[in-house]
Design a protein around this ligand. Sequence first.
Ligand code: MN
Ligand code: MG
Length: 371
Amino acid sequence: MHKKTFTLLIILSLFLFSHTFFSPLAESTPNQPGVVDLRILETTDLHASLVNYDYYQTKTDNRIGLVKTATLIRNARNEVQNSLLFDDGDHLKGNPLGEYLARIRGIHKGKIHPVYRAFNFLAYDAIAIGNHEFNYGLDFLNAAIKGAKMPVINANVYSVKKNKPYFTPYVILKRNVVDQTGGKHELNIGVISFMPTQIMKWDKANLEGKVIAKPIVDTAKEFIPIMKSKGADIIVALAHTGISSEPYSDEMENAVYYLTKGPGIDVVLAGHSHSVFPGPVYKNIPNTNIKTGQINGKPVVMAGAFGSRLGIIDLTIQKSNGNWKVVKGTSLTRPIADESGNPLVRKDKGLYKLVKPEHQETVDYIKKLGL
Ligand code: MN
Ligand code: MG
């Protein structure tokens, strides 16, 4: 063979190989009308960790704080055209700032609790109530959630007096989304929320005689057909409950596995366990893929606690015969710090400024006590 032809063949084959094996285009499908990429973001179990600060050791801690997660939220939103942001509950209590506001200072009339001020600033689409939201009593909770501009939901805590859900059980959010070719669509996103029935033991003094808790999976089975009949195209569960494959029981605390099993729920935002999904902790759960973040084929995410991570679910949904169907759903989490606690993101200055007054009051109060 002529030397020049041989060289040309080598170059040509390298070119072909590189396209087959290394080009990211090789795996993706061409853009299609009626196919929408929708990103769903989760924070969970913040426990009033607004600032990257350890009130016990009175020093900066870059492994916690919504002011850090906020930067991940901003980045994750900027990468895509369509996104939604949810909190999965346990956001009011768990650190000295939460205690100071609830037990010492109280919420002044007309003032918004800094956790909800932060949620308003970051434009959360809906938030769940977690079991710890009851720790300061129903009156405090009801006063505090008045400050939240987005729906605050839970479906399985019922009022004893009215025998109806005590909170808003679900919402159907109407959102304008853009498909892969730029076409516009209106999507009805059904959002429902649950928490462990164990609240009746954990918060007996605050709850007995006022509310009861119904089993999580039964509640899902009751409401999902109603949500569908009211036009929900897809259903997202803000499930303030963990992941376990123990045999089913009505009163199971960690019910995510069984929420993913039945039809109806498309996406599960998990929480309560302060753990990370997808992650190696869950590698032995059956029908679970810790690479793609799916349990029983459904995308699930759990973003640790205290703002340490942002949960991200990337859905591809497709409209056919007038109905939207999830054709792909994967999940991952992004951390705010590396394993040694070194920061991976800066804090969101706007959010920090907004919550700084109460942060500073808490720090001053601790100093006054000489702690
Ligand atoms: Mn929690
Ligand atoms: Mg919890």
